[in-house]
Design a protein around this ligand. Structure first.
Ligand code: SAM
Length: 275
């Protein structure tokens, strides 16, 4: 191994094997689901909420970076914001292969360039993007040092004043959801073994010299209360496990208000790079 790789965040021996497990998980997802959105997450309604939150921020005519794009299911939706060019990468070769296959019909104009890369070291120049997003990607890194390194890398590639939407899973939101669940005697939900949710306080203090926070969008909160709390209260035991029950469909249409709370597990930081 190159000694420089040894020094990089996320390459301590325990972290290396964790990273290998994560890599194997996403390769298996790509093999199992091909070009379907389920390669990224079985919960298609939640993914649609992510897209709805992202789209208003996509700059029309701008240069967009989708970091950790998987098979491009979300990337293709970004085209609805009419960017001039999109660069989208993932570490998984099978995900990128699926994205390129899907692009034949989903992006006939060839606006998106898909490529393989590791978010810790992306072969793109400095300050060239107007907009970047990570959508459930940082949680796949082995811990906070690597997650910080990835954010620095996004910051490097954004132009001053460019926008970064960081949509990830958070420990505080999960804690709130579990507090609610515990009131009803429901067991705590735990992060998936291949994910490391971010910690809000550490993130906010790391971000503040780099970005101005425009908004923290807790857009998943009502949906998670309905599908990860209310649903468990109403299950009779005969229902097959599903991300697409009548309740999921209704929950996806619930409005998000200032009183919706922070129960979403997933939320988005909308960040503007400081000049
Ligand atoms: C939950 S999926 C991504 C979802 C996608 N952004 C979306 O919105 O559907 C997580 C992706 O992150 C990728 N990933 C994990 N670690 C990465 C890394 N270090 N560099 C680039 N991609 C990575 C995985 O291969 C996987 O495709």
């Amino acid at each position: 191994m190159n000694p420089d790789d040894e020094k990089r965040a996320g390459s301590a021996p325990g972290e290396r094997s964790w990273t290998e497990g994560n890599r194997a998980h996403w390769e298996a997802q790509a093999a199992a689901h091909g070009t379907a959105g389920a390669a990224s997450w079985g919960d298609g309604h939640a993914m649609e909420l992510e897209v709805k939150n992202l789209l208003p921020h996509v700059p029309r005519g701008g240069r967009v970076l989708d970091a950790g794009c998987a098979n491009g299911a979300t990337t293709f939706r970004l085209l609805e914001g009419r960017p001039a060019a999109v660069r989208a990468f993932d570490r998984s070769p099978q995900m990128i292969e699926a994205a390129r296959r899907a692009a034949v019909t989903a992006d006939p104009g060839g606006v998106i360039g898909f490529f393989e890369a590791d978010i810790l070291d992306v072969p793109e120049p400095d300050a060239t993007f107007d907009f970047a997003c990570t959508n459930r990607v940082l949680i796949n890194l082995p811990g906070w040092p690597a997650q910080r390194q990835a954010i620095q890398e996004i910051h490097r590639m954004l132009r001053p004043g460019g926008l970064y939407v960081l949509t990830e899973e958070f420990t505080g939101s999960l804690r709130n959801l579990n507090a609610l669940r515990s009131l009803a005697g429901l067991p705590a939900l735990t992060p998936r073994p291949f994910n490391r949710p971010l910690e809000e306080e550490a993130l906010e203090s790391f971000l503040s010299p780099l970005f101005a926070t425009q908004e923290i969008a807790r857009f998943m909160s009502p949906y998670f209360v309905a599908t990860r709390f209310l649903r468990d209260l109403t299950l009779t035991g005969d229902e097959p496990p599903s991300y697409d029950s009548a309740l999921h469909r209704a929950a996806a249409a619930l409005p998000v208000t200032p009183r919706s709370g922070d129960f979403g597990g997933i939320k988005a930081f909308v960040l503007r790079k400081r000049s």
